[in-house]
Design a protein around this ligand. Sequence first.
Ligand SMILES: [Zn+2]
Length: 376
Amino acid sequence: MQAQIKLGRIFGIEIGLHYSWLIIALLIVLSLVGQFFATNPAWGAAIIWAVAIITGLLFFAAILLHELSHAAVAKARGLPVRLITLFALGGLALIEKEAADAKTEFWIGLVGPVTSILIGLICLSLAWALGWTPADLPRRPLPAMLVWLGYINIGLAIFNLIPGFPLDGGRVLRAIVWWITGDSARATRSAAWVGQFIAFGFIVLGLLRFFGGAGLGGLWLTLIGWFLLDAARVSYAQVEITQSLRDVRVREVMTQDCPVVDGNSNLQTFVDEHLLRTGRRCFVVEEQGHIVGLITPHEVKEVERARWPLTTLDKAMRPLNELHAVAPDTPVTEALEMMGREDVNQLPVVSGGRLAGIISRGHILQLLQTRAELHV
Ligand SMILES: [Zn+2]
């Protein structure tokens, strides 16, 4: 899920919004406005709109807290978190590494719903302290806001506890199966299977309700089911990839015959004579017999076309000391994680202070494709 709007950073984690979130925010505000007009028309339009918008914003903050709690546990257990994206159906904390043990997986999964339940209970208690009782409708704006936030957060926690991967409950289920069987791959398969089963359930139930006359509410369920189905498949595929690459080392997939180009030649010559002729994408830049960096179409694009004849490769390249090198013995999965973190498509492989080769995403993908074709 790509975040299209960047909101800033919290504890070094980038917070982003996906466009779909704006649609849902609008729907939430509109439905709140409708609800308040029906229950408390005496407030007047200005107050109703203000309360609806503030409630919507606080709901957004509550989802963010939920995701931050996942991120905090992941970080405390040594797993890096780069990004939190908020989208139509909630949030997603991008944890860059698979949990190394079942216990970590369990706590990362559980802390989210626990946080949401706590937020919900705090909101309801505050409303109660302000004179609201569960039997009646809140009459004043502040309790009304708190009651809505209270119920929605508890609802969110219950939804997230559904034991299908990739929901939090699925993570917890995966951790439990992993703990009992000691087999993380089997645990993933079980959790993904349950996830797909539940997703189908949502889709069928949604369609039945839609055709039974429930209207958009039914379609909404179907949409959630569809999303869950897709997410379960994707998460499962990711884990399968990690599994199938588990024993592969960088040395087995790296390219050794990296084409070398001179750091003093200019970009125009490089593009004409190397990039467009050889079909290769990554070149090693050398100066006086020393390797100084890497250059790919990505770096070329950064320079304005008119300046290509005037720019030398050593100015445009990615210097070697800026790139994290991997060793030939590094597991490929670790190299992939590093590429994700650095946002690059290849890494230099260094052995004994010398460049031994280049490892690229393209090569790893080809390897996966071949393996899939041969069913090995
Ligand atoms: Zn969660």
